[in-house]
Design a protein around this ligand. Structure first.
Ligand SMILES: Cc1ncc(COP(=O)(O)O)c(C=O)c1O
Length: 404
């Protein structure tokens, strides 16, 4: 690809693609492990992995072989018929999450939608319908109407009002507020065990305990949104367990297909038992291609030591990032677990993200002042350190520029 054709790619997008993404001005041509390359051969260290999706790194040979083999065999037959892979993925997800049944879809927001629908379905089936949801400030659950209704940021919500109305938001670390908000009318409480888009903020143990207490007192169901923090991202199968939470429903996505779109809503038997044929569906959800990719990911995660590698790397990352915070006064906080980290700055993070990009490092900004890291699970300590060296240099350059 030539430089002119890159300009053409960008110009063609400006003409024909809905303008909702403010993209970095780069066209990547190929990837390998934790690196991405442009046509000119410029190499980038990738510490964001397609927003937490490319968990096995780029161009993983086992994944590529499996996808190719599946494409030569059979890709898609729809949910009108059986195929052998859905139940296999579902059984593995049950083992990881402790929840009994899966519904397959294609994106995190669809997984959340399914959770919201079946939380209401549960109460409808009892003959005592409950419509209300309690969600947390700074929550992000997706962009479709239901998920958006439990997403906090008004910038995302305002242009699309009216959303579903029965949502009460409480402070993300306000146990008393939560206990007051959850009532006998609440269908479900929904929470990310670690808020991702909200700035990489793990729930406190006190907040988690209040969620459990309020659900127990009122019967409200608990939906854990593990789309970003689940499936090994923190070195654990799911992060809700680390907080002592016992969700009735759970949304999974991102890393599940390691780049092939697949997501899942998980249900306890109590909730799943209320579902009836025809209640919900998806044309693509859990097709052969997506399930085959998910099986490669889940096998790597659980049978090749990848989960414990993430846990080891998490300890390394924590040490490295806390050392950075101790040296650099512009870093106000580092938060996270495993390979999900937020570096909170005393200033907007956008300039630092751009300076990192200029130096060959991919990270992203979230919640304005937070730099987010979601590297591939296969990253090594050397690769992580090389990325943080660049980040430190980028941060120093931005601070120096601001002082001039
Ligand atoms: C916690 C959480 N839930 C839901 C979503 C929505 O996922 P998707 O973009 O795949 O629809 C995201 C995406 O970032 C997320 O982080």
């Amino acid at each position: 690809m030539t430089t002119t054709s890159i300009t053409n790619v960008i110009a063609a997008e400006a003409r024909n693609v809905l303008q909702v993404y403010r993209r970095g001005q780069i066209v990547f041509e190929r990837g390998s492990g934790t690196r991405l390359y442009t046509h000119e051969g410029r190499s980038y260290i990738d510490l964001i992995s397609g927003v937490g999706v490319a968990a096995l790194g780029h161009a993983h040979p086992g994944l590529a072989d499996a996808i190719g083999a599946q494409a030569r065999e059979l890709l898609h037959t729809s949910n009108l018929f059986f195929h052998p892979l859905q139940a296999e993925v579902a059984a593995r997800l049950s083992a990881l999450t402790g929840l009994d049944r899966a519904f397959f879809c294609n994106s995190g927001t669809e997984a959340v939608e399914a959770c919201l629908k079946f939380a209401r379905r549960y109460w409808h089936a009892q003959g005592s319908p409950r419509g209300k949801f309690v969600a947390l400030e700074h929550a992000f659950h997706g962009r479709t109407m239901g998920s958006l209704s439990v997403t906090w940021d008004d910038q995302y919500r305002a242009p699309f009002q009216p959303l579903i109305g029965d949502v009460t938001f409480v402070g993300a670390d306000d146990p008393a507020g939560l206990l007051a908000a959850v009532t006998g009318q609440t269908a479900a409480v929904i929470a990310e065990p670690i808020q991702g888009e909200g700035g990489v903020r793990p729930l406190s143990l006190e907040m988690a305990a209040a969620i459990t207490a309020s659900c127990r007192a009122t019967g409200a169901l608990l939906i854990a949104d593990e789309v970003q923090c689940g499936l090994g991202r923190t070195g654990r199968p799911v992060y809700s367990a680390a907080l002592g939470l016992k969700p009735d429903l759970m949304a999974l996505g991102k890393s599940l297909g390691a780049g092939v779109p697949i997501a899942a809503a998980m249900f306890s038997e109590k909730v799943a038992a209320k579902a009836a044929f025809g209640d919900h569906g998806s044309t693509y959800g859990g097709n052969l291609l997506a399930c085959r990719a998910a099986l490669v990911f889940l096998t790597e995660l659980t049978e090749s030591g990848l989960m414990s590698h993430v846990a080891d790397m998490g300890r390394h990352a924590e040490g490295r990032l806390k050392a950075l915070a101790a040296r650099q006064p512009a870093v106000k906080d580092v938060r996270g677990a495993g390979l999900m980290w937020g570096i909170e700055l005393d200033r907007p993070a956008a300039d630092v993200v751009q300076a990192a990009l200029d130096r060959g490092l991919l990270v992203n900004r979230t919640a304005d002042t937070v730099i987010r890291l979601l590297p591939a699970y296969i990253i090594t300590a050397e690769e992580f350190d090389a990325g943080i060296d660049i980040l430190e240099d980028a941060l120093a350059a931005v601070i120096e520029g601001a002082q001039k």
